[in-house]
Design a protein around this ligand. Sequence first.
Ligand code: NAP
Length: 329
Amino acid sequence: MKSFKALVLRNSPTFSAKVEQIFTEDLPSAGEVIVKVDWSGINYKDALAVTNRGKIVRGGFPFVPGIDLAGTVVSSTEKTFSVGDRVLSTGWGLGESNWGGYAQYQKLPAAHLVRIPERLTSKNAMIIGTAGLTAMLAVMEIENGPIKKTGSFLVTGATGGVGSFAVLALADLGYHVVASTGKASSEKYLRELGASAIVDRSELSLGAKVALDSAKWAGCIDSVGASTLEAVISQTSRHGTIAACGLAGGSDLKTTVFPFILRGVRLIGIDSNTCPQETRLLAWNRLSELTSKRDLNQISTEIALEDVPTAAEELLEGKITGRIVVRVS
Ligand SMILES: NC(=O)c1ccc[n+]([C@@H]2O[C@H](COP(=O)([O-])OP(=O)(O)OC[C@H]3O[C@@H](n4cnc5c(N)ncnc54)[C@H](OP(=O)(O)O)[C@@H]3O)[C@@H](O)[C@H]2O)c1
């Protein structure tokens, strides 16, 4: 096969992230399926990997990052997939321990692939990506809780990838959504997604004032963590569910047991990376349904593979609203 483009991370003599020409024979991953990658995205983890700011790469160097990919099967030794099938992959170590989506061809195990639902385009699948999948898994945990659609449901980091899809999904399902953001200029964006009210990020970022504060939230999807999550735990009402998704504000968590034992607050962890296949398929079908009436281009910016390092810096600087989708092929 002729050569194709990939964003390659190298750590010698110093760290670099550059688009290079590689061959399918260079792809080190084990897998039965070769996918022509059309689209990927930039998630928080990708931004850390590409800028070398976090210990994301566990597969050694050189390395091709990208925790999401969508494309078309070009060869498969596994009967479940045929040439021409539209597929996506997120998690299972993609872009962390296994070479990822920032390459025009990638080799993957069939078990790590999801068939893209019929009415979802490959581009929209990647606008959704890990961020949207995580938000949907969080919504499903809120649905599993005892509190139905009464009261206000908070989304933190609301203009981010996870946050945007959390606002959109909860609002579409009929929840009253309050969006917490550090971007005052994004009120219109958040209201168009379905938020009924906006709170400034600073109202939560100082942490819990007392162990049991006035109860404000019937539930929360949190992608910020640290003092923000501490405040949310103290302000969640009886039997409310908090889905802890991320650490955009930090990973420490200081709390007390009182909200859990006196209010029955449920703190549920979300891990999209190793989410079981059955739940994944359910979530992708729901995301396909949810987004079928939306123009997802309005919540995303399309970039080329060559632009990934610059966009990754911007994402970590908090300058991005919504999702970045990467045109790979
Ligand atoms: N558990 C999982 O499976 C899973 C999957 C995907 C992502 N994540 C995690 O979820 C988090 C968000 O990911 P993402 O892809 O949505 O990232 P993102 O697009 O960069 O969004 C993060 C958002 O958090 C807010 N934020 C940023 N820095 C902050 C700070 N210092 N303090 C408070 N808020 C801050 C910003 O929203 P505002 O400006 O609107 O406040 C930002 O847009 C990350 O920690 C990521 O690792 C986890």
